[in-house]
Ligand binder design. Structure first.
Ligand SMILES: [Fe+2]
Length: 390
């Protein structure tokens, strides 16, 4: 397995505090060969205001070249690494958008399609946009070479098995993601439905640990100090924010307190956001992060809370039936999800046990760290944006 982290040429600090979309136009990419000569992982960070988590494109060697599963933004270094793979394994033949709703996975598709003008673009069915329902062509998919997964078949069916989760009409739009099993290696590629959150910060942060150090603090007067303990604390807090939006055990102090702690010595710089730090963590905050990282039964994988509480809150069986369908695939050996850690060892037996456990356990709770997700769901129901049945 090889790993390369390369810094982009643009390493200056622009006026990014005005626009809190991390990583502020700089997108370093971690390229790892997960299975020699067969599967590669391309990871970048994405998020808002230092709540940044890895997003992954998986490259699979297929019979006549390469397939890109869930493209990431095709920066210069991404394209350079892909051209290098093409020299060894053949051209990029297929670009797959495996989700109808994951905006972070949709947005890079048009640019990636332009970078590889001979590749077919396969998209999941039921694509939608909000607030305006734009036609598919307006979403940037090249009309002549775009195919719909399922309706137009599936690519490389001799090598890959395609297993959809959905479609599920939510009212606002349709949820659908299509998992892909590489039969020869037992690699199960999923988009958002399953996550494997590592118990230590991903390697990608080695290039710039700022998000970890920023969130490791207790108040805005504290400078960013790079220690292993701080990196771990920051990672756990980022995981909580990314999964629950507003986890339990964190509060927002009054504006007077926040402002009084700005511009302290050592924090008068954009990296510290000049001391702007509107969070207070109380004891016990780590428990939910530890549980997410442990995953179901301590096996390291879990259903993302956002999906459980906002997509499947009233249709638990729908999700569990998909797990059971996955569990019928004896070939499964490892999980490669589009976020967080990969690969994670996985078996059909564990997927079956997970489904059975989810049916027995508490589903889509509304208290503690789940409160904000529950409130969003309640609001969407009240506004009629999502359907009561889902
Ligand atoms: Fe995603």
């Amino acid at each position: 397995m090889t790993a390369t982290v390369t810094a982009p040429a643009d390493q200056h600090w622009p006026w990014w505090p005005l626009l809190p979309i991390y990583p502020y136009g700089r997108r370093p990419t971690l390229v790892r060969e997960l299975i020699p000569g067969r599967i590669w992982s391309f990871e970048q960070l994405h998020g808002v205001w230092y709540v940044a988590v890895p997003i992954r494109m998986t490259v699979v060697r297929v019979e006549d070249g390469l397939m890109l599963y869930s493209p990431i933004p095709p920066t210069g270094e991404v394209l350079e690494a892909l051209r290098q793979l093409e020299r060894g394994h053949g051209p990029v033949r297929a670009i797959v958008l495996p989700t109808s709703s994951g905006l972070e996975h949709k947005l890079p598709v048009p640019a990636m399609a332009r970078a590889f003008p001979s590749a077919l673009v396969w998209v999941s069915d039921c694509q939608w946009s909000f607030p305006l329902p734009l036609p598919a062509g307006w979403l940037g998919f090249p009309k002549q070479r775009t195919r719909v997964l399922g309706k137009d078949g599936f690519p490389y069916r001799d090598q890959l098995r395609w297993i959809p989760l959905g479609p599920l009409d939510l009212g606002l739009g349709t949820f659908l993601e299509v998992a892909c099993l590489d039969l020869a290696t037992g690699s199960l590629l999923v988009t958002d439905a399953l996550v494997a959150i590592p118990s230590s910060p991903p390697l990608l942060y080695d290039l710039d640990p700022t998000p970890l150090l920023f969130h490791a603090r207790d108040k805005g007067t504290e400078p960013l100090i790079d220690t292993a303990a701080n990196r771990l604390s920051g990672w756990k807090r980022i995981v909580l924010f990314a999964n629950y939006f507003r986890p339990a055990n964190v509060s927002v102090p009054g504006s007077a307190t926040i402002l009084s702690q700005m511009f302290a010595q050592g924090c008068r710089n954009p990296r510290c956001h000049f001391g702007l730090y509107p969070f207070r963590w109380s004891s016990g905050w780590e428990a939910d992060a530890d549980a997410l990282m442990a995953g179901f039964n301590g096996w390291g994988f879990a259903l993302a809370p956002v999906l459980e509480r906002l997509v499947f809150p009233r249709v638990r069986e729908f999700f569990v039936n998909w797990l059971y369908e996955l569990a019928r695939q004896d070939a499964i050996r490892q999980l490669i999800a589009c976020h967080y850690h990969a690969p994670l060892p996985l078996t059909a037996d564990r997927l079956q046990a997970c489904g059975e456990g989810l049916l027995r356990g508490v589903w889509a709770p509304s208290d503690a760290s789940w409160t904000t997700l529950a409130r969003i769901d309640d609001l969407l129901l009240e506004l009629g944006v999502v359907k009561e049945g889902f």
